[in-house]
Design a protein around this ligand. Sequence first.
Ligand code: SAM
Ligand code: SF4
Length: 323
Amino acid sequence: MVDGLGRNIDYIRVSVTDRCQLRCVYCMPEEGVPSLTHQEILRFDEITRLCALFAQMGVRKVKVTGGEPLCRKGLPHLIQQLKAIPGIDQVTLTTNGVELARSWDALCQAGLDGVNISLDTLDRDLYTRLTRRDRLSDALEGIRLAAASGQIPVKVNCVPMTREQLLWDVAELARDLPVHVRFIEMMPVGLGRDFLSIPAAKTRAVLEEHFGPLSPAEGPTGNGPAEYCLLPGFRGRIGFISALSHKFCQDCNRVRLTATGFLKTCLQFSHGADLREPLRAGATDQDLLARMAAAIRAKPSAHHFDGPFTQEDERRNMSQIGG
Ligand code: SAM
Ligand code: SF4
C-alpha cells in the first residue's frame, strides 16, 4: 500500500512479546518493565490474521521482533503460519541470540528466511555491563551455529556507544564467519535518549583506522537502508545504518505492530491505530483493512529526533516497540 506521501509500505516489524532475558542499558530498565499479561498480547492466530490483511495491502516482508522473540513459547509455529500467508515473501527474525541454539532447527524447518543477531561487543565484562547479564558465550554460540548452518543469511547488528566496545573485533566476525556485520546508530527512543548517538561516519573512521579503507559494495537484499562496504579477506560485508545522521524517512517502507496489537506508523511518534480491540470485538476484514489504511495514510512524513521531545513522541522503550 502507498501511504499519504507516496511511500510504498511493504515491510512490517511484528513484536511478539515485551519480555527479554537481557536488560540492555539503552533498551530496558534494570528492573524490567511490568510484563504484559497473556490476555494483553496478541495470540498467534490474531497476529497471523492481521499479517494476512497486511499482505492484502501489499506488505511482503515480516520481521519478528520483541522484546526477545524467542521468549515467546512456540515461536517456530508462528513463523510457519506467517510463511503460509499468500503474498508474504520473507519472514525474518531479530534476536539477541542467547537462546537461538535451542530453537535453530525448528526455526529453519518452519521456513525462516533470515536472522539478525544483536551483539554490541565481544568483551565479556563490557557485554555483561551493557546487557546486565553474563551471556556473551551464549550469544556467540547462537551466531556461530547460525553461520555454520549456512541455511539462511545471518546479520550481526551492533549499536556503537563507546570505544571500549572494540568495534573492529565485532567487525571481524564478518572475516571469520559468513555473516554481515552492521553498525546501527543509537536512536533517541526510550532509554536510548540518555546515550550519545555515534554517527556512522565516525564508526566508519574507527574501522578504517584499524583496517584501512573500506570500499563500497552491493548489499545483501534486505528491508532497510543499510550502506555496505567490503574489506579484503572478509567473507561478509560491513554495513552502516545511519537513521539519525542521514535521515531516510522519504524512502521509509515500514510500519510496526506491537505485541498488544497497536499499529505504529513511525518509530518516533506514538501515532497509529489499535487493532486489538476491534479484532476481539469481531471486526470484519473490511473494518480492519479500513483502520489499517487510515493509519498508514496518516504515517508521519519524517522523524524529528534532532528537535526537542514533544507530547506526540513515543514514550515506550524499544523493548516495547520492537526496534
Ligand atoms: N531482542 C531482540 C534483539 O535484541 O535483537 C529484538 C528486539 S531489540 C528491541 C531490536 C534491536 O533494537 C536490537 O538490535 C537493539 O540493539 C536495537 N535497539 C534497542 N534500542 C535501541 C536504540 N535506542 N537505538 C537503536 N537501536 C536500538
Ligand atoms: Fe532485550 Fe533486545 Fe532490548 Fe537487549 S535490545 S534488552 S536483547 S529486547
